[in-house]
Design a protein around this ligand. Structure first.
Ligand SMILES: [Zn+2]
Ligand SMILES: [Zn+2]
Length: 337
């Protein structure tokens, strides 16, 4: 009991220290960005990102969904095998990183990092999408708009996800795949650039077709719940995974460290993977190990890893651009044994 409490205290202290140490450079970066924009562009930066409220209804709903999924896994697998026990009392740096990413998401720290690390490009992209809004779907009733948006976003995300698996983008996405085991918390684990590109795949269909804010809000909630399900180890009917939607089994294969499983099961709906030849399924996935071999993606220091991965990615870009994509930087080289 005493050892468990000591581990819980140590884990909490480590995650809290990382969050605070990440906040400081993120705020300083935001100030530097604002000064630079004022001096060179004479344009102020949108400071609303600094006023993220962890108790805003959307963040609170997502937080409750995390708790709900963790409790479902507790019921399904028992305390000793539950991710909740591992996250609170385990000693794996991968679980602590997962926890850091959900805190960054829930507190708005991740949004801040996205603005700072993209030097404001993310905000400019949102403004451009807003300007190009064609309002084609704005008046659809919710029952039609939400499924249509879900399918369009999934189609865009299928190709976006494949793009993130290309040699050019893999270093950024590898942070997500570096989770040594999958829990519902793994769904938040994304490099800020990976998150930015994720918003691009969402905003292209949602913003340009001009869905209503209500339709977007509901679609985001369903997409988030689906992502939680994919990263959980909850039981899910295999026939649904074969013919309708991806579930925990399909996504564990997607995350598997075995090279035979690379680059498959990108979509939420099975149809895209089946149409474009990336579908893969097996009944029992319990023995499939996850993670990436390159330790630089998971050192137990998430903020350090973010910066290091950015450097690896920029180095890769410098190598790739003079030569055709895929020849000079390969996944096997980046994820070295
Ligand atoms: Zn992936
Ligand atoms: Zn995943």
């Amino acid at each position: 009991m005493t050892i468990a409490l000591a581990t819980l205290t140590r884990n909490t202290a480590r995650v809290a220290t990382t969050v605070i140490l990440t906040l400081v450079p993120a705020y300083l970066g935001m100030v530097a960005l604002a000064v630079a924009r004022e001096l060179w562009l004479r344009a102020p930066l949108d400071w609303t990102v600094l006023r993220q409220d962890p108790l805003d209804p959307h963040n609170a709903t997502v937080g409750l969904m995390y708790v709900g999924f963790l409790l479902l896994e507790l019921v399904a697998h028992g305390w000793n095998n539950s991710p909740l026990r591992r996250i609170l009392f385990g000693d794996r740096r991968s679980d602590r990183s997962d926890l850091f990413y959900i805190i960054a998401d829930a507190t708005g720290l991740m949004k801040l990092l996205i603005v700072v690390m993209t030097c404001g490009v993310s905000a400019a992209f949102e403004a451009a999408i807003d300007a190009g809004n064609m309002r084609l779907a704005a008046d659809l009733p919710l029952w039609a708009a939400v499924p249509l948006l879900y399918v369009s976003v999934d189609f865009a995300t299928y190709w976006g996800h494949r793009f993130m698996h290309s040699p050019l983008m893999w270093p950024l996405h590898a942070i997500h795949h570096a989770a040594e085991d999958m829990t519902v918390l793994t769904s938040s684990r994304h490099h800020p650039f990976d998150n930015f590109f994720g918003s691009v795949w969402f905003l292209l269909p949602a913003g340009l077709l001009g869905f209503s804010p209500d339709a977007m809000g509901w679609a985001i909630l369903f997409l988030t719940a689906h992502s939680f399900l994919l990263h959980s180890s909850l039981p899910f009917p295999v026939w649904l995974e074969r013919y309708v939607v991806a579930g925990p089994r399909a996504h564990r294969i997607h995350h598997a460290a075995d090279p035979a499983c690379y680059d498959c099961n990108f979509g939420l709906f099975v149809i895209w993977d089946r149409m474009f030849g990336t579908y893969r399924m097996q009944g029992d996935v319990t023995g499939l190990a996850t993670g990436v071999a390159d330790q630089r993606y998971e050192t137990g220091r998430p903020f350090h890893d973010m910066l290091e991965v950015t450097r690896i990615w920029l180095d890769g870009l410098r190598e790739v651009f003079p030569a055709p994509i895929g020849e000079s930087v390969s996944r096997s080289r980046i994820v070295s044994p």
